[in-house]
Design a protein around this ligand. Structure first.
Ligand SMILES: [Cu+2]
Length: 478
């Protein structure tokens, strides 16, 4: 607890520091006079997942960056709010794009409503604290400092005001790209993604305004691991988009505060990775490590249409803590690159006891009646659905919706055929609870889909019914 006297002393020190900062700037006109001939421009700042346009000039400029720190309540997940401390009003902070050799005049404004002083340490700065000491700013104040961008690369910036871990844990980080003098190769789409963790008093999904939990932060066990500041920030309607034939470049940062990301895009191979955001390029990479306070630039050509899922491949973080994003691609199928499911037949190992009773055809056994359909359906369920929806069909609160007593399922049983054929993502309400997860499309035959859904409709007290393979075929045709 801070006593009111200590509080006053702290505040006095803060004000003094700010004043000293102001006087120092006034007394030091040399700082501003260092780049008198450079043309001046104002940096374009963007919110994730957007990136400012590439720099087209081939000469250095004086670039003025103005960033505001503001503390505000926002959505961390459905029904879960958090008091974020931000650069520019959102998490991650605004994307800054400059050119190697530019002279940057940095203005940090701390909103009068802030409760805390803030500053900024840009990893792109060569100088003590990366700008932190020169940018320490009390609520309702503004600081200025300048730096020359000596090294090209993709750099993290973050608040470095004590307690540093807490300022970062509350959302104070972003990316600054210093383009090399010769520019970056042209691509069709560029996006900004930043991973980070949140440590809350309540566990994952517990509703309400959740305060920061220092004990969890110290033991490095986050409740949330997310891309772009909240669960589902880049899924469903907010997915990133690209077309077949286009090249995509992702600027990926990791704000931490603690975890290292094993960044992966399901179903894509990175043609190029600018390792750690520098200029060393690795090719044909499946997953790239991004340290806390580090970055990577990844590039790939979109070859086929579909939904590509971005994850931290430390996979419980993706499916249970929120580290999941989507890139949706449109265009023509290329069956030579990816065929989709071509065949589903019975596999009988050599010498197996059941071999003698198998029928000679390679098609799977067809259920002769509803009883058999339910029996076969249970096997399909155990192998394909149980892991998420649970043996008792009750799902897992906040992650996987129930199939037992699900109004979503039972009011329109045929809709679930689409769910299995195409997968499902985005917000849905099942028996009064909201879910915003990803159900992947299952690769099952028409027969198996009919069986498993019939099993589900006739289990755990559900009210019965039957789905026929013909109905699946009909849906598949659409
Ligand atoms: Cu801060």
């Amino acid at each position: 607890m801070i006593t009111s006297r200590e509080h006053k002393k702290n505040y006095f020190r803060t004000v003094m520091l700010a004043l000293v900062g102001t006087i120092w700037t006034m007394d030091s006109p040399t700082v501003a006079a260092e780049s008198p001939e450079l043309p001046t421009e104002h940096a374009i700042l963007t919110s994730a997942p957007l990136v400012p346009p590439p720099i087209t000039r081939d000469y250095p400029a004086k670039v003025i960056v103005t960033l505001e720190t503001i503390e505000k309540v926002g959505r961390l997940s459905d029904g879960v709010d958090y008091t974020f401390w931000t650069f520019g009003g959102q998490v991650p902070g605004s994307f800054i794009r400059i050119r190697e050799g530019d002279h940057v005049e940095f203005n940090l404004n701390n909103h009068p409503s802030s409760k805390m002083p803030h500053n900024i340490d840009l990893h792109a700065v060569t100088g003590p604290g990366g700008g932190a000491t020169s940018s320490f700013t009390a609520p309702g104040h503004s600081s200025q400092f300048s730096f020359k961008a000596l090294n090209p690369g993709l750099y993290v910036y973050h608040c470095a005001t004590a307690p540093v871990g807490m300022h970062i844990a509350n959302g104070m980080y972003g990316l600054i790209l210093v383009e090399p003098k010769e520019g970056l190769p042209k691509v069709d789409k560029e996006y900004y993604i930043m991973q980070s963790e949140f440590y809350t008093k309540g566990n994952y999904g517990e509703e309400g305004l959740q305060p920061f939990d220092m004990t969890k932060a110290l033991s490095e066990i986050p409740d949330y691991v997310v891309f772009n500041g909240s669960v589902g920030a880049i899924t469903g309607d907010k997915s990133m988009r690209a077309n077949v034939g286009e090249t995509v470049r992702l600027y990926v940062g990791n704000g931490g505060p603690n975890l290292v990301s094993s960044f992966h895009v399901i179903g894509e191979i990175f043609d190029k990775v600018y390792v750690e955001g520098g200029d060393m390029v690795n090719r044909h990479v499946q997953s790239t490590l991004i340290p806390a306070g580090g970055s990577a630039i990844v590039e790939f050509l979109v070859d086929v249409p579909g939904t590509f899922i971005l994850v931290d491949h430390s996979i419980f973080r993706a499916f249970n803590k929120g580290a999941l994003g989507m890139l949706k691609t449109d265009g023509a199928e290329d069956l030579a690159i990816y065929s989709g499911k071509q065949k589903d037949s019975i596999y009988l190992p050599e010498g197996g006891g059941i071999q003698s009773i198998a029928d000679s055809g390679s098609t799977m056994a067809k259920a002769k009646n509803k009883e058999e359909r339910i029996l076969f359906g249970k096997r399909t369920y155990d192998q394909n659905c149980m892991a998420c929806h649970q043996p008792n069909g009750k799902g897992i609160p906040g992650a996987f919706p129930p199939l037992a007593g699900s109004d979503y399922l039972l009011t329109k049983p045929k809709r679930s055929i689409d769910v299995l054929l195409n997968g499902l993502s985005g917000k849905i309400t099942v028996s009064g609870q909201t879910y915003d997860g990803v159900m992947p499309a299952v690769q099952l035959s028409d027969e198996s889909i009919a069986n498993v859904l019939t099993y589900v409709l006739n289990s755990w007290g559900n009210n019965g019914g039957e789905i026929l393979p013909e109905q699946v075929v009909e849906k598949r045709m659409h």
